[in-house]
Design a protein around this ligand. Structure first.
Ligand code: KG4
Ligand code: ZN
Length: 356
């Protein structure tokens, strides 16, 4: 029997159609054989955000082609694939369904196991694609839909330490970018704007900075940006506002990460590993700032490679691989779950009147 495990991962939870094939050899070494990601920026940019029905239609049109590309690039024949893993949630239900159904059909036709994957767990474990990573570790997940600090104890074992009580960090970047006239998705471009500006030009609020432990809030920041953006006349002022926003975010993350370290150290005394994952983890200024906080606190920072920070299917295949090893397979009637969480026991902390 072939001791190698080869997993085909599929990701269609939002606006990326992605297929990847990864391999684990008999010594446990993981290799990404292919990792094809097709983004839909052009489809959604005129609307300033993702339109679910358009996204789903594009997934349907592209999934077959992207899968063929990933298989060809990997150099692996379909008959050598060990299992299929598809994102089952969280995400847009019409989009999740496309990748889920494609994965189920592939697994049925190849007669191999099918595994549903929590997209957030893909981000959480993504550094394992490039480095050996022992549990437990502290995780900061910063993406377009989520912003959370979690203790990670193992596959499926998470304890949330803090969360955003309103917007996700990626959302704050995208909304600020939009107010500055930057095309969707603005996060990465806003970082470039910031490099050309004066970070001390505008003073922006840091909501709940002195309370709520490592819970976060970005909604007040957005309102302040809106007010200033309405008064801005020159391109230089736009750069200055972007730089001030970037600096404020770094300062918020510095304080909240320090709080998260203190909480994590109460639970875990031996290991001090801090993983930063999700699309916003590609931000160079945030990386630099968090590396500094780690240095000051004796934590080892681990970031996935920038191309593995954003949505991709290699991270989905990776979780599929871990679940395959413990025979955690799913039936072909597994539904899409738009609201999956990592820590199912954590309290819902959003909206007006939330108590911290
Ligand atoms: O993890 P991801 O690809 O998708 C979700 O699961 O949400 O994250 C996408 C988010 C978007 O909001 C995008 O603007 C943001 O990550 N992002 C960035 C950067 N690169 C991506 N935000 C700030 N700086 C960046 N360099
Ligand atoms: Zn994501």
């Amino acid at each position: 029997m072939n001791e190698k495990k080869i997993i085909l991962g599929i990701e269609t939870s939002c606006d990326e159609t992605a297929v990847s094939i990864i391999e684990e050899d008999k010594n446990g070494k993981i290799k990404i054989l292919s990792n094809v990601v097709s983004s839909q920026f052009d489809i959604h940019k005129e609307f300033g955000g993702v339109v679910p029905e358009l996204a789903a239609r594009s997934h349907v049109e592209k999934i077959d082609l992207i899968a063929k590309k990933a298989i060809k690039k990997s150099g692996i024949g379909l008959k050598n694939i060990t299992a299929i893993a598809s994102t089952s949630g969280p995400g847009l239900i019409v989009c999740l369904t496309v990748g889920l159904n494609f994965g189920k059909a592939l697994s049925a036709s190849l007669n191999i196991p099918f595994i549903g994957v929590n997209h957030l767990e893909g981000h959480a474990l993504s550094p394992k694609l490039i480095t050996n990573l022992d549990f437990p570790y502290l995780l900061l997940l910063i993406s377009g839909g989520h912003t959370q600090y979690l203790s990670v104890y193992g596959l499926g074992k998470y304890k949330r330490l803090g969360t955003t009580i309103d917007d996700a960090l990626g959302e704050a970047f995208d909304k600020t970018a939009k107010l500055l006239g930057i095309e969707f998705p603005g996060g990465p471009k806003l970082e470039n704007f910031a490099k050309k500006g004066d970070p001390n030009r505008f003073k922006l609020p840091k909501p709940i900075i002195n309370k709520g432990g490592c819970n976060l809030s970005f909604a007040g920041l957005k309102t302040a940006i809106l007010r200033i953006a309405n008064t801005i006349k020159s391109k230089q002022e736009k750069f200055d506002l972007a730089a001030s926003f970037q600096k404020t975010i770094e300062e918020i993350l510095e304080v909240k990460t320090q709080n998260a370290f203190n909480q994590f150290k109460k639970i875990e005394t031996k290991k001090k590993i801090f993983v930063i994952a999700g699309g916003v983890a590609a931000n160079k200024g945030i990386r630099k700032r968090l590396i500094k906080v780690c240095k000051n606190n004796g934590f080892k920072p681990i970031f996935p490679d920038p191309e593995l920070c954003g949505d991709n299917a290699a991270m989905i295949a990776l979780v599929g691989l871990e679940k395959f090893k413990i025979k955690n397979f799913d039936n072909l009637d597994l539904p899409a779950s738009p609201r999956l969480a990592l820590d199912e026991k954590a309290k819902f902390l959003k909206g007006a009147g939330v108590k911290l």
